[in-house]
Every structure is written in structure tokens, then in C-alpha cells.
Design a protein around this ligand. Structure first.
Ligand code: BTN
Length: 265
């Protein structure tokens, strides 16, 4: 079955309200989006690739596996009515948007791992990379939300250490998913989430985020900036979106960034 919406998006250069720049193959859609955001690309511009040769993860040196024909790899350029200090909240809002789109479109129950991971049945199937570049001049600062989602990647394609850690919608639901309608559903939820943030609705977004938090109440480990490993109970994101961990001495740590893993992993 042809994915008509995907083809129409490529040919027309738009998807709903979003101008689309489509690439059969590129290094990283975030890299392109960051350049375009500095050269006046309008709010809502979407950079989509069928394949990335240098897809980047959030943590230094992490790559995002981006084989052609099977995944969603895209970056959304936004000029939100938010202060740049609030941009990290966009990552949590985008994670919730991704979950809601998957729940509505694919009838699955994804979970969220702070700050930017989407999980299905204990394995990662999607990730978010929010980036911005300071530019001089007037106007809203642009921010890029990059999303990678493993859609139709067969389970066998995850080899080595990825086998126990990564999955796809196809591997978990047993059915292939058209990328066009799925992307449209994600964009609709992303637009809603950004509008909610602009209206000051972050507390309600957090409430919904916490309902999907896969680590809340579990023992987790986190490497702090001094390289020390802290183990404790994840209390979930606080009202600013930072992760709170209560260590075994009862001290509360506020985590701004880093990689969190279940303590027994
Ligand atoms: C992570 O899990 O660490 C974030 C992964 C983000 C991957 C997406 S794919 C589209 C966009 N372009 C990139 O180079 N990265 C993001």
C-alpha cells in the first residue's frame, strides 16, 4: 500500500500548516534545521529525511540509527513565544506529544524516560533532541526540536547491544505503520503542546508526563558533573522540569542533564 500522505508531503512541500523540506538522505536534519533557523526559515518549518548518515543523539558521541524507508527523522523549527530559559520544557512537552500521537494513532502505550526518551515495552523506540543557536538581532529566538522514531525497523535490525535496548513500532505491534499519517498526528500533537506551553500550561503538561514516567519510584543511577555515580529513587521531574532523585541518605538531587538508568541495569 502506498503511503499517499508521505508522497503528497514530498511533492507539495507541505504538511498541514508546515512548510516541508524533504531530503532522501542527509547528515542530520537537526544540523540543517539549525542552519535554516539562522537564515530566516519561518516558524513551523519542517526538515524531513528518509535517511540520515550522521543522525545525532542528545549525549555527546551518540548516533541515531537512521536506515532509509523505515523511520521518522525530522526537525521542527519553532519561534515560540517563550523565553529561551523555558526551552528545556519543550523537550518534555514534545515527549508527551509523541506519546499522545502514538496512543491515538497506533493504539500502543508508550512510556517516557526523563528527559527525552520514548519507550515501548521497556525498550527505546524514539528520542528527542532540542537545540538552539543564539543569534543576534530582534525577533523570537528559534529552537529546533529533532525527533527520531523507529517505525518499521524489523526487530532483527537491532544487533549487538542495541538488541536489548532498542525497538520499533513494527517490532512491538506486529504491524507496519504508514509514516505520513503518523507524522501528521505527531505534528498536530506538537502544535497543541507548544500552544499549551505558550499559554503557561506547563503544570498540566507535567501532570500528564508524570503519568507516563517509566522511572518514577524506581532506583536509578545518574553520573553527576564530578563523575560520581548517584543512586537513589527517581521522584520524577519537578515543577521546572528538572529530575529529582532522593539518594540513600535522603538527600534530594536536582538533575539538569545527564543519562539516567535503572540501578540494576
Ligand atoms: C536521543 O535519544 O538522544 C535523541 C535522538 C534524536 C534523533 C533525531 S533524528 C532527527 C534529528 N536529527 C538528528 O541528528 N537527531 C534528531
Amino acid at each position: 500500500m502506498p503511503d499517499n500522505l508521505w508522497q503528497t508531503m514530498i511533492l507539495s512541500g507541505e504538511l498541514g500548516r508546515h512548510p516541508v523540506q524533504f531530503f532522501t538522505s542527509t547528515g542530520s536534519t537537526n544540523d540543517l534545521a539549525l542552519i535554516l533557523s539562522n537564515t530566516g526559515a519561518p516558524d513551523g518549518t519542517l526538515i524531513v529525511a528518509d535517511n540520515q548518515t550522521a543522525g545525532r543523539g542528545r549525549l555527546a558521541g551518540r548516533i541515531w540509527l537512521s536506515p532509509p524507508g523505515t523511520g521518522l527523522y525530522f526537525s521542527l523549527i519553532l519561534r515560540p513565544r517563550l523565553s529561551p530559559e523555558d526551552f528545556p520544557k519543550l523537550t518534555l512537552a514534545a515527549g508527551l506529544a509523541l506519546c499522545k500521537a502514538l496512543e491515538g494513532h497506533s493504539h500502543c502505550q508508550p512510556g517516557l524516560k526523563w528527559p527525552n526518551d520514548i519507550f515501548l515495552h521497556g525498550k527505546k523506540c524514539g528520542g528527542i533532541l532540542t537545540e538552539t543557536q543564539a543569534v543576534s538581532g530582534a525577533g523570537q529566538t528559534a529552537v529546533v526540536i529533532g525527533i527520531g522514531l523507529n517505525v518499521n525497523i524489523p526487530a532483527e535490525a537491532f544487533t549487538g547491544e542495541l538488541r536489548s535496548k532498542a525497538t520499533s513500532l513494527l517490532a512491538e505491534t506486529g504491524i507496519p505503520h504508514d509514516r505520513g499519517p503518523l507524522l501528521a498526528a505527531i505534528l498536530a500533537e506538537l502544535d497543541l503542546a507548544v500552544a499549551r506551553l505558550e499559554q503557561g500550561d506547563f503544570p498540566a503538561i507535567l501532570t500528564e508526563w508524570r503519568q507516563r514516567d517509566i522511572h518514577a519510584g524506581h532506583q536509578v543511577s545518574w553520573g553527576n558533573t564530578q563523575g560520581k555515580i548517584i543512586t537513589g529513587i527517581s521522584l520524577g521531574p519537578d515543577d521546572e522540569g528538572f529530575l529529582h532523585i532522593r539518594d540513600n541518605q535522603g538527600r534530594i538531587h536536582s538533575v539538569i542533564s545527564g543519562d539516567i538508568s535503572l540501578a540494576q541495569e
